[in-house]
Design a binder for this molecule. Structure first.
Ligand SMILES: [Zn+2]
Ligand SMILES: [Zn+2]
Length: 244
């Protein structure tokens, strides 16, 4: 098998949940957690996830898309944490600019029972995030996870950026997130900023569109893995949920 950078980095860690992958003495028939095809597996993680050779090569954005498209979840925090559990998603970086709109598009489609255009919508969100928020924009005094909320809104509502109402909505949903990120944050925690952006976007959807998504408490898994974690000074910190 040709080894890509991604598959080497994730060789010993489950691409679904980040747990250790164990070699099986006797191969068993198993369904790949990403593509759903059945293979004879000689390894699996402690949570019983198996990932086939092709899916081991998936890039981060492909994993975001696959998890969203197979998900029936309506809780954005729950879905984001499922996605971010994969070691293919880096601790920091612009993947989160796409995770935010992809998660919001998915949970709203599930909540409103309108998944017909979800794949196309997620692709549009990826194109916008890649083109307009390709890097972290802290040097501009902003955060890409917050920008992801307006990417969601523009795609979901088909907003025209030159329209006055669209301009207002797009800026409002971003500013709600940015204000709270500014008040609660510090540099280098894309997980915290993603939780905040999702919470604020959910509140915006409730107030503006009467969409009442369930939002679970974000019990952060990443505190011990993020050297910049503010620990006790972060509202999402709870050591008992942190992965080692
Ligand atoms: Zn696993
Ligand atoms: Zn597969």
């Amino acid at each position: 098998m040709e080894q890509t950078k991604n598959s080497i980095e994730n060789e010993n860690y489950c691409l679904v949940c980040g747990n250790e992958v164990i070699h099986l003495v006797k191969p068993v028939s198993a369904e790949c957690s990403f593509c759903g095809k059945t293979f004879l597996a000689d390894s699996a993680c402690v949570e019983n996830h198996y990932v086939c050779d092709d899916c081991l090569k998936l890039e981060a954005k492909e994993i975001v898309k696959l998890v969203c498209l197979r998900s029936a979840k309506t809780d954005p925090i729950d879905l984001a944490m499922e996605i971010m559990a994969s070691p293919a998603i880096k601790m920091h970086g612009p993947d989160h600019h796409f995770i935010t709109p992809a998660v919001l598009l998915t949970v709203v489609a599930n909540y409103t029972n309108s998944r017909n255009e979800l794949e196309e919508q997620i692709q549009k969100a990826e194109d916008l995030a890649t083109k307009f928020a390709p890097t972290c924009s802290w040097h501009l005094g902003t955060c890409g996870a917050a920008l992801g909320t307006s990417i969601f809104l523009i795609v979901w509502k088909g907003l025209d950026p030159e329209d006055e109402n669209s301009w207002t909505e797009g800026n409002l949903i971003v500013s709600n997130s940015l204000k709270r990120i500014a008040e609660l944050g510090s540099p280098r925690c894309c997980k915290r900023d993603t939780y905040i952006a999702l919470e604020e976007a959910t509140e915006f959807l409730r107030q503006k569109y009467g969409i009442l998504l369930p939002v679970s408490e974000a019990k952060c898994n990443f505190s011990l893995r993020n050297r910049s974690c503010k620990r006790e000074d972060c509202i999402f910190f709870n050591l008992k949920y942190s992965l080692v």
